[in-house]
Design a binder for this molecule. Structure first.
Ligand code: F6R
Length: 620
């Protein structure tokens, strides 16, 4: 996820901005840059790659060309456009007077870009961000906002759609930064005779512990002497001042004990950002997709290839796609795919799901699928990585960098992206009416708020884990789309707590695994909505009774209002009502907490780096 920093003060801003960027490195990035305002000019340095590359660039151009007491800086996690020098931030306006840095997605950048090009502006990057710099210069140079930095900034901000944090600097106002946030983070740091901006407090914690939290949809203007907060219409607004009581390491984790905990809490944003831009008000848009509607119509089967958690997200997609599109979906762990000689042809869509985009097993599966003439659509979280590069098309998940080795927010973002693909196919093939697709989309749009609600179970899960103590084994049961959730819950527990855990399709239990049930064995059961396919719900209620009768202790995850499960639950974890097909996006969250808490009970403190695991598995 991009990191943003800003400084206005009494010291050379370059050094402070570079230091602040170093504090943003933990967020993950692929390029970085700074711009410094001097008297009447703005100078800039930016480079793809690590911060060391930026420092080399600064040495090349000479630090003396970047003198001034106001600066903005950026670490970029590529979304629109590859990680190149040109696409790195800051971006400058056509007249060289404006510099901007941006985090988030400007959803209406395409029409804005077209308009700028019609006005004769030459855009230098492939990003959605650059338009903001040119628009500000245009607003400042002409019309009723001419010469007025603040009015120009507000005009531009009101014309942008999407979620964004933006920092604007203007050469004619070298002692001021105007910044805005809409659904993405921005914090103000208050020093003595100096002010800071950061995506989070880690940016400036070295310099000040006084900070101001901004409300949603806020604009802030900072100078060395203070800050002024306003709404997007320019009316005055308030922030909330607070004193930072974290040390630097905690600050980087947003106050959480681990990156994994932070990432679990980032899931509402991960899903929201992944959905963003894929609904134009009427239709699902697969805008990063280079597979035509004709291709989509022609597919008569789908193969999903992926590993680990990504595989589980694909298994959820199988239920959704078969239901919505009425074509067969086969799912295969990527490492097995090419060795069993699957039957593929040009009417086969291969969905390759990978957070890192570098997993060797999945990459080889993609290569094999292409040699067989199938079309490959990647679902990936890492811009410019190998799997999307070798695929015919890509839908990016916008979960931001995932630092915890065990996948959490990337998994939920994958499920969301897979569902976008499913809806795109149903739309192209006409297997769902437009109003049905709209209804499903609206349910998806509710999911981030519902995940926020599920995050409230944190404390309850902590208590369950404490009561369970050092368990030796645990089972997870689900039916229908609850089955992939069960597999994902078991995988998280294995990874983090190093204990035996297995996920089963609940109906399969009687065919063998029920022999494992003994007194006090904890069994997690994911219960489908009672409002859905009714036999599914009543069957799993019977399954819970069967295992309870044999001494198991049940941890039941069921939606609010489902009273039928109450008599059979040792612990009952509630999730908001949602169509069963959407349940993986909610019911997985308590299982992530459960795995982390049981890991801590078992004495595994470092849940970010479980033993023997690597974040990107680049060997087969
Ligand atoms: C589990 C986990 C792994 C990955 C798998 C695929 O928590 O993180 O199972 O899901 O290694 O990785 P990607 O998605 O990068 O291909």
């Amino acid at each position: 996820m991009c990191g943003i920093v800003g400084y206005v003060g009494n010291q050379q801003a370059l050094n402070i901005a570079v230091e602040a960027l170093r504090r943003m490195e933990y967020r993950g990035y692929d390029s970085s840059g700074v711009a410094v305002a001097g008297a009447g000019t703005i100078a800039m340095a930016k480079r793809a790659g690590k911060l060391a590359n930026l420092e080399d660039k600064i040495t090349e151009v000479g630090a003396d060309t970047l003198q001034g007491t106001t600066a903005i800086g950026h670490t970029r996690w590529a979304t629109h456009g590859r990680p190149t020098d040109e696409n790195a931030h800051p971006h400058m306006s056509f007249d060289g007077k404006v510099a901007i840095v941006h985090n988030g997605i400007i959803e209406n950048f395409a029409p804005l870009r077209d308009k700028l090009e019609r006005d004769g502006v030459e855009l230098k990057s492939e990003t959605d961000s650059e338009v903001a710099a040119h628009l500000l210069a245009q607003a400042y140079n002409e019309g009723d906002t001419q010469g007025d930095f603040r009015a120009s900034a507000l005009k531009v901000l009101n014309g942008l759609e999407g979620a964004f944090t933006l920092l604007f600097m203007h050469a004619d106002h070298p002692d001021q930064i105007i910044a805005a946030r809409r659904s993405t983070p921005l914090i103000v740091g208050v020093g003595e005779g100096e002010m800071f901006l950061g995506s989070d407090v880690a940016a400036f914690i070295e310099f000040t512990k006084q900070a101001v939290e901004l409300g949603q949809d806020s604009v802030v203007s900072i100078t060395a002497d203070g800050y002024e907060i306003m709404n997007f219409d320019g009316s005055p607004a308030e922030g909330t001042e607070f004193t930072i009581d974290w040390d630097l390491e905690a600050a980087e984790k947003g106050g959480f004990d681990s990156f994994m905990m932070k990432e679990i809490h980032e899931q509402p944003a991960a899903v929201r950002d992944t959905l963003a831009g894929h609904w134009d008000g009427e239709r699902v848009t697969l805008d990063e997709n280079t597979i035509s509607d004709t291709d989509l119509k022609s597919f008569n089967q789908v193969f999903v290839v992926a590993c680990g958690s990504a595989y589980h997200s694909g298994l959820a997609a199988k239920y959704a796609i078969e239901h919505w599109v009425r074509i067969p979906v086969q799912i295969e762990v990527a490492s097995e795919f090419r060795y069993r000689d699957p039957v593929l042809d040009e009417r086969t869509l291969v969905l390759a799901i990978s957070q890192s985009g570098e997993t060797a097993d999945t990459l080889e599966a993609v290569r094999h699928a292409k040699t067989q003439g199938a079309k490959v659509l990647a679902v990936c979280n890492t811009n410019g990585s190998q799997i999307p590069r070798e695929s015919d098309a890509v839908i990016y998940t916008h979960a931001g960098p995932e630092i915890g080795v065990a996948s959490t927010k990337a998994f939920l973002a994958q499920v969301a992206a897979n569902y976008i693909v499913g809806l795109g196919l149903a739309q192209a093939k006409g297997t769902k009416y437009p109003d049905e697709i709209r209804a499903i989309w609206e349910e998806l749009e509710w999911i981030p708020a519902k995940i926020e609600q599920v995050l409230q179970v944190r404390e309850q899960i902590g208590q369950i884990a404490q009561t369970l103590g050092q368990v030796k084994t645990m089972l997870f049961l689900g039916r229908g789309v609850g089955f992939p959730i069960a597999l994902e819950g078991a995988l998280k527990l294995k990874e983090l707590a190093y204990i035996h855990a297995e996920g089963f399709a609940a109906g399969e239990l009687k065919h063998g695994p029920i022999a494992l049930i003994e007194d006090d064995l904890p069994v997690v059961v994911i219960v489908p909505s009672p409002r859905g396919v009714s036999q599914l719900h009543s069957k799993i209620v019977s399954n819970i009774q069967e295992i309870r009768a044999r001494g198991a202790k049940t941890i039941v995850i069921a939606e609010e209002g489902d009273t039928a499960v109450e008599p059979y639950s040792n612990w009952l974890i509630r999730i908001p009502q949602t169509p069963t097909i959407m349940q993986p996006l909610l019911a997985t969250v308590p299982l992530q907490f459960l795995a982390a808490d049981i890991a801590l009970e078992c004495g595994n403190e470092d849940i970010d780096k479980p033993r023997n695991l690597a974040k990107s598995v680049t060997v087969e």
